[in-house]
Design a protein around this ligand. Structure first.
Ligand SMILES: [Fe+2]
Length: 222
C-alpha cells in the first residue's frame, strides 16, 4: 500500500483519496498594498517620532511596549487593517474553526546604515510589517546591494541545491523593495532580514506579531 503523510494524517491510495498533487509544507505569504494611506502614514510617523523621544531604544527593545496598546485614531486604523489582513490570511488556510488572536506591535526607525540581521519571530504564529516611510535609495555601483529592502528565505534549508530551470525551487531568497502603504504577513518561523538603509532619510515601519489566544485549543492531537 502506498501511503503518504499529510499534516499527520495518512492518505491511502487504496481508498482513492491518494491521487493528485500535494503542495507539501506550504509557506503562505501575503503582500497587500493599502489604498489612500498618505494621511494615516503622516500621523503615524509623527506619533512614532514623538514616542522615540521618550524611548531611544524603541526599535531594539521591541517587546517592552505594545504600540497597539496606545489609543489614537491612526493606531486604531492600523490595528484594524492588520486584523483584516490576518483574517484574510487565515481564511486562505485549510482551517475549519474560528481562531482568536491578539496583535503586538512595535515601530522600527532605521537611520543611515541601520539594518536588521537574519531572524525569525519566536512565540508568535504570524508576523508582519506595515511600511510608513521608505526612502528611495539605490546601491550605487554595486549591484548586490539592496538598501531598505526586506528578504525572506526558503525555510527548507538547501532546497535550491538540486533545482532545475522552471521548477520553482531555484531562488532561496524572496526580496521585496517596500513602499509606504505596503502590508506584509508571513508565518513567524520564516527567516528574514532587512538590508541597510543607505539613505540619509529615515526608514519607518511597524512590525507586529499575531499571538493566538488560548493556543492549547489549536494544537494538533498527534
Ligand atoms: Fe522581523
Amino acid at each position: 500500500m502506498d501511503r503518504q503523510q499529510d499534516n499527520g494524517r495518512f492518505i491511502s491510495n487504496e481508498d482513492g483519496n491518494g491521487d493528485g498533487f500535494f503542495d507539501l509544507w506550504p509557506t503562505s505569504f501575503l503582500h497587500r498594498k493599502l489604498e489612500n494611506t498618505a494621511a494615516a502614514n503622516e500621523t503615524l510617523l509623527g506619533f512614532i517620532l514623538q514616542q522615540e523621544k521618550n524611548r531611544q531604544d524603541m526599535t531594539v527593545d521591541y517587546l517592552s511596549d505594545n504600540l497597539f496598546a496606545h489609543s489614537a485614531p491612526a493606531i486604531d486604523w492600523l490595528k484594524q487593517c492588520i486584523n483584516k489582513t490576518v483574517a484574510d490570511y487565515l481564511k486562505k488556510l485549510p482551517i475549519n474553526y474560528d481562531i482568536k488572536w491578539s496583535v503586538q506591535g512595535w515601530a522600527n526607525i532605521n537611520r543611515h546604515g541601520d539594518y536588521h540581521s537574519l531572524h525569525n519571530h519566536p512565540h508568535s504564529y504570524l508576523s508582519g510589517t506595515y511600511y510608513i516611510k521608505v526612502p528611495d535609495a539605490r546601491g550605487g555601483s554595486r549591484s548586490d546591494l539592496n538598501p531598505g529592502a526586506i528578504s525572506f528565505f526558503d525555510p527548507r534549508p538547501q532546497a535550491n541545491l538540486t533545482a532545475i530551470m522552471g521548477d520553482g525551487q531555484i531562488d532561496p531568497e524572496f526580496r521585496i523593495q517596500p513602499e509606504p502603504g505596503l502590508m506584509l504577513l508571513w508565518p513567524s518561523f520564516l527567516h528574514h532580514l532587512v538590508h541597510p538603509n543607505l539613505s540619509d532619510d529615515i526608514r519607518v515601519s511597524v512590525s507586529y506579531n499575531v499571538l493566538l489566544k488560548d493556543v492549547q485549543r489549536y494544537l494538533p492531537h498527534n
